[in-house]
Design a protein around this ligand. Structure first.
Ligand SMILES: *Cc1c(COP(=O)(O)O)cnc(C)c1O
Length: 399
């Protein structure tokens, strides 16, 4: 007999920084597909696309095999290629830059704002040349970028705006869902993200003409998909474009559909944990959470603190890890990696705000199944560390 109450069992006391939540409904949804006729290119794909599009307020959605594939599809859809430049922040996962490179384009970095670590619109404007084609805003940690400012720049210079919202499904900017803020919005369904399909990604858009282009792109550049061929009883297809096999399977989409039902609960729990961290960390000098603007609803993929005031980030990181707390650092800035230094000519120090932030940031554990006790453990361990470092309680704060 299978034990069903241990789905989320973690083999040791280690608290990871992020983790999937899987329940019996998820498992049953996957089993159902395994017993059906369609393992891939079947009905679950458009069902999942519709569920996410509805939720995020987008007209169209294209499901693909990863967030990275979604970024690639977005770059491809906009015809970005050799001699084109795309502006992005240095504080992001490497995939944001790689997607541009896949199509022969050149990633151009623009520094972030010190309070949020989101791309700084003033820096974006300085990087625009006559080769610039698009801007990618990364909703780092789940906080939407300053889309009004980015949109104004995009319109002024005739550029496309892409949102790398892999951290931000469920976030709001001025009461609007993230999918309404950019021309193309990219999501990831990796297990650490808000909802998971194992691996998976999606592009949301309201621009019709880009949709078919991305659907072909995910399927070898073929102009009809397998289910259409089956209903047409036809062997005929045409390759009309460059394409990849970036399909998401029905197995994965069934999991995604089941996960989507729980997204509001997942988001609420993430926000609750963030609130607990906010309230407690306010009292510790030298631990500074990133700023949350008053006109956004944060989605808290990550809870990022900056370690300042003479406290050592390295020592604090080690202390937490040794205590079984899976803290992490998001991210090593793009311009610190040898590959981009070699191919794009960047070096450490080129983006002072990102460089300073990178010395100070730590991502604390945050995921829907994290217990109150685990949150307490993280906070106690931080408290203990700051005390041994001669840290003080921030007594300017009283609540
Ligand atoms: C996770 C992530 C990606 C890539 O998504 P995958 O699904 O892992 O390919 C891209 N950009 C950002 C900001 C991410 O966090």
């Amino acid at each position: 007999m299978q034990e069903t109450n241990v789905i989320n069992f973690r083999p040791d006391a280690f608290i990871p920084y992020g983790r999937q939540s899987i329940d019996e409904n998820d498992i049953n949804a996957v089993i159902e597909v395994l017993q059906s006729n369609w393992l891939t290119s079947g009905p679950k794909i458009s069902e999942f696309e519709a569920a996410v599009a509805d939720y995020a307020g987008a007209q169209e959605a294209v499901a693909v095999s990863s967030g990275t594939a979604a970024l690639h599809a977005a770059i491809y859809a906009l015809n970005i290629s050799v001699n084109d430049e795309v502006i992005l922040p240095p504080i992001t996962f490497a995939a944001t830059a790689n997607a541009i490179i896949y199509q022969g384009g050149t990633p151009v970095l623009a520094d972030v704002s010190p309070d949020t670590l989101l791309i700084d619109p003033a820096q974006v404007e300085k990087r625009i040349t006559d080769k610039t084609k698009a801007i990618i805003g990364v909703d780092y940690s789940g906080h939407p970028c300053d889309y009004d400012a980015l949109r104004a720049i995009a319109e002024k210079y005739g550029l496309y705006l892409i949102a790398d919202s892999c951290h931000a499904i469920g976030a709001l900017y001025k009461d609007q869902h993230i999918s309404r803020l950019a021309d193309l919005t990219v999501l990831s369904f990796h297990p650490v993200k808000h909802i998971t399909t194992g691996e998976g990604g999606m592009v949301l858009t309201n621009i019709d003409r880009l949709v078919e282009r991305m659907r072909r792109f995910r399927n070898h550049g073929i102009d009809v998909d397998a289910s259409q061929r089956q209903t047409n009883g036809s062997w005929h297809y045409q390759i009309t474009d460059t394409g990849f096999n970036y399909r998401l399977t029905d197995i994965q989409c069934a999991l995604g559909l089941s996960q989507m039902k729980k997204l509001p609960v997942f988001l609420a729990r993430r926000r609750q944990i963030a609130g607990q961290y906010d309230r407690s960390l306010l009292r510790i000098k030298g631990i500074v959470p990133l700023t949350v603007k008053s006109d956004v609803r944060h989605a808290y993929h990550l809870y990022v603190i900056r370690v300042q005031n003479g406290l050592s980030r390295r020592q604090m990181f080690q202390h937490l890890r040794e205590a079984g707390i899976g803290v992490n650092v998001h991210y090593i800035p793009i311009h610190h990696h040898p590959y981009y230094q070699k191919t794009l000519g960047y070096q450490k120090g080129d983006f002072p705000v990102a460089d300073t932030a990178y010395e100070e940031i730590i991502s604390l554990p945050i995921f829907p199944d994290m217990t109150d006790g685990e949150v307490e453990t993280v906070l106690k361990t931080i408290n203990m560390f700051t005390r041994t470092q001669g840290g003080e309680i921030n007594d300017t704060v009283r609540q």
